[in-house]
Design a protein around this ligand. Structure first.
Ligand code: 5IU
Length: 519
């Protein structure tokens, strides 16, 4: 319909569809008496309360300490995937969502559920209301039509998004972006739970009205009233929301998103010479693996470097855990790095005043700036640290860079949203010396030259080390967390054959990166 304008250049009026007429019928609800509106609101309230209680009972709402999709920690986990095993509840939810939101939606020619949880919900609404459905693939097919959107697409027609949970709104925005690319008009999203972390606001900025059946705190109040959570948990969730009320979307739609851009292209745009070189190296060597060589002796360090050298883009050292780490050892490392094409990152985590950091960085026992291409730096003391590193590297005349520490992988760390925000602001102020961020979630998505270094990765069943370290899989680190360079320590160094293990990690991590840039 939309593209068939052969007779005149003027846009054709869009025909009102059956669904539109149906919606207009529901829209007339707005002229009801106040009594009806009040009783309807009360009916909704009791239905919402009933659904929330049932969701809790089937394990869709869990309390504890979780890492959610954005990579952030949360005391509550909303996992509505479980509803597919409870068709009656799923049906109730789909009905409630539609009844709750439809009167406030002007036009709906089609529905699109955000994969995967919302797909069956959208299907139920589609079948009941007789509104056609579209499906957005998470990955374009590798064969045949390579279509991202399945179903009849008529450019100019409207599509309403169906989603289970909205946090920052990034998943909805990804779907919106793909639908809009096809010429569809997307102005509304119906969601079950708003986690109150800026989602509706971010959606509004992109022209989407978010109709959420309930918020996280409303859900908490309902569960408190039924005795399913106590005051302590209520306070924990409240505190969590206060700390995580950032409204910066993780994957902004209108801006550039480095997540899906190749390392080659990002290298071209990197303002920091070291990150440019690193991104080029990664593309050339087809490796995004960094091995953390926290080993006790200089001979072990050199041996590990030799074994993993062919598979890594970066070797991460902690010179202070390696006995006999002399400048000769550093020279041997430099040689290996040149021969095998990798960079050296000393994970020193500088955290003092600039004047002291300058001395710790250049000179002293380790004379780090002489041999390490990169170092890690805490943002805690303020900009003086970056000025110190930049000043020393200028004196040196060799390309040097640092990773600013924005988030940590360890459990119970005290980093807050405010701290992360301050750190990212600092990073953008020093583009020449800051090669990237150490983080657990995609930050500064539009700063394509900034490399994201993500530690806390290990394959296997064990997810923690008993001393606070938390591990995710290689795929989670690259795809869910947006990591570019992935740090693996014991996963490689404690293996029987570090070379074999490094190769396996390299292959998995690179495959995940290739999958990510195709998404
Ligand atoms: N490291 C982390 N988490 C962090 C930061 C650094 O694990 O948040 I900042 C370092 C510590 C260690 C390596 O050198 O990364 C991870 O080693 P394992 O893969 O063995 O846990």
């Amino acid at each position: 319909m939309g593209g068939d304008n052969t007779h005149s250049g003027a846009p054709q009026p869009v025909q009102p569809s059956l669904a539109f007429l149906k919606l207009n019928k529901t829209a007339s609800k707005q002229s009801k008496s106040t009594y009806n509106v009040v009783s309807e609101t009360m009916a909704f309230k009791s239905q919402i309360s009933d659904v929330v209680n049932q969701l809790y009972d089937i394990g869709g709402l869990k309390f504890g300490d979780f890492v959610i999709k954005s990579g952030r920690r949360s005391p509550i986990y909303v996992d509505l995937r479980v509803i597919i095993s409870h068709p009656k509840l799923m049906n109730e939810i789909s009905k409630l969502m539609w009844d709750f939101a439809s009167s406030n939606i002007q036009k709906c020619d089609s529905l699109c559920g955000v994969p995967y949880t919302a797909l069956p919900i959208a299907t139920l609404i589609s079948a009941r209301q007789e509104i056609p459905m579209l499906i957005r693939r998470k990955e374009a097919k590798g064969y045949g039509t390579k279509k991202l959107i399945e179903g009849d697409i008529n450019a100019g027609e409207s599509c309403v998004i169906i989603e289970d949970v909205v946090t920052t709104g990034s998943s909805v925005l990804e779907t919106v972006a793909d639908l809009r690319k096809e010429g569809l008009v997307v102005t509304d999203a119906i969601v079950i739970v708003d986690r109150e972390q800026g989602g509706p606001k971010n959606l509004e900025k992109e022209g989407i009205n978010c109709h959420s059946v309930c918020t996280l705190m409303q859900m908490m109040d309902i569960l408190k009233a039924s005795g399913k959570v106590d005051d302590l948990m209520l306070e924990k969730v409240q505190a969590y929301l206060q700390d995580n009320n950032d409204s910066t979307p993780v994957y902004p739609v209108t801006k550039v998103n480095k997540r899906t851009i190749s390392f080659e292209t990002r290298a071209e745009k990197a303002p920091c010479e070291v990150s440019k070189n690193l991104l080029q190296l990664m593309a050339r060597k087809r490796s995004n693996l960094c091995v953390a060589a926290d080993v006790g002796s200089a001979s072990d360090l050199l041996e590990i470097a030799k074994q993993v050298g062919p598979y890594i883009c970066v070797l991460k050292t902690h010179a202070d855990v390696t006995a006999n780490f002399t400048q000769d050892v550093a020279d041997d490392l430099i040689l290996l790095a040149q021969q095998m094409d990798f960079m050296i990152l000393e994970d020193r985590k500088f955290a003092d005043i600039g004047n002291t950091v300058a001395k710790q960085y250049s000179g002293g026992y380790f004379d780090i700036s002489r041999w390490a291409d990169l170092v890690t730096v805490h943002s805690l003391p303020g900009e003086g640290v970056l000025q110190a590193i930049q000043g020393e590297s200028e004196k040196l005349g060799a390309p040097r860079g640092c990773f600013l520490l924005a988030e940590m992988s360890s459990e119970g760390n005290l980093i807050t949203m405010e701290y992360i925000k301050g750190t990212t602001q600092m990073a953008t102020k020093y583009p020449k010396i800051v090669a990237g961020l150490v983080c657990q979630s995609l930050l500064l998505a539009d700063q394509v030259g900034l490399v994201q270094l993500t530690p806390g990765v290990r394959r296997g069943e064990v997810k923690e080390d008993g001393l606070g370290q938390q591990w995710v899989t290689p795929e989670e680190a690259v795809i869910d967390k947006g990591g570019d360079v992935i740090v693996v320590g014991r996963g490689v160094t404690a293996a029987k054959n570090p070379a074999v293990e490094a190769k396996l990690y390299r292959d998995d991590l690179w495959a995940a990166y290739e999958k990510r840039i195709l998404a």
